[in-house]
Design a protein around this ligand. Sequence first.
Ligand code: DWN
Length: 411
Amino acid sequence: MQEKYRKLTNCRICKGSNLEEYLDLGEMPLVNSFPLPGEIDHEEKFPLEVLLCHDCHLSQLSIVVDPSLLFRNYVYRSSMSNDFKSHCNDLAKELNSYACKKGDLIVDIASNDGALLHPFKRIGNRVLGIDPAINLAKIANEEGIETIPEFWNEGLAKKILQSHGPAKIITAFNIFAHVDDVHSFISGVKILLDKDGFFVFESPHIQDLITKVEFDTIYHEHLSYLSSSPVARLLSEHGLRIAKIEKHNIHGGSIRGYIEHNFQNRSNGSSEKVLKDEEISGIYNPSSYYSFSEQVKSVRKNLNSLLHNIKRDGQSISLFGASAKGNILLNYCGIDHQQIDYAFDHTPEKQGRLTPITHIPVIHPDLLLSKMPDYLLLTAWNFSREIMEKTKAYQENGGKYIIPLPQLRVL
Ligand code: DWN
């Protein structure tokens, strides 16, 4: 029987073996494995430990779970958030103002339900999605976004170059950190990218994870936790370079890199500034990681004491956003269906199922006012603004929000 995961022995970017564990969150479920009520006897958990490479500074998980287990049938839909969709709109408008034009090919790696490609198609670009999730590729194809249901690699890049020609833009939003063989991934980008093209990736930034203790963004889908220095090192091995880097608030704080062939020189000096900010934040200093575990434990202690007091006072709690990060927060803090009555979530694929291990029933947000919990724990805290806007009637009825991270707050 094929093993469900392998242990990491070498850094995936520099191949060094100078790896040191700095965080152990214990055995955790696969965060997007929402069981049906009849499936809870077969749930699995896997070690969730984070290592720091002392040679290239890449943070990475100690194991690699079989990606087919994680991504072949995927319940996370990018289009559930209007804020994320406008984030994608802004990118399409920006790139069409200077980097591509109508008719140019835009390829999105890990295109999910097509959220990032719809705005490019509306502008008149040719679009192509790549996503191994058969269920999501079906949705995207039905909505007119051509999507190949495969994992991205060099071989697929060569096939697409033959069939579609070079891509003026290749995007990879919230996927670069999910990839085990990053060398094959980037080599594929080099093959398909037009000589004047940009590869634009966006991933959570470890600077925010460490400085704001956003430990709930650590889960088995996220194999790496990125910063500019190890990424630049990887790119340079494949004839690519960073032209521009931006910080974005999405998903708790992300970095967006605009990457070009190394024979181009369209730098705007931003990568030097981001690197300087990273150095000042301490993420290239190993001692910054040694206290992180203690900070994570104090998040758990403070949240548990707040929820304990609320339940002691006889009040009810539900959550909004049956998110991947939420499943880490709940499982690490030992919070389950005994304290949390319902998980409200717009994602059709999650409704009628239970949160993994904690077994909180996921139901449609239309039921929020009828259930009327005293408190809503925003386990999708990265979308707090949008969720509070959508649940204004709940707040007007006296409902309160608990925002667990980056700072524990009750609103
Ligand atoms: O990298 C990843 C990030 C981008 O998305 C994936 N590996 C997994 C996933 O992580 P997540 O589930 O923590 O992401 P979100 O986007 O923070 O999850 C938000 C959850 O809240 C989703 O289940 C959708 C739900 N939601 C909703 O039901 N109504 C969100 C909004 C804004 C809403 O209005």
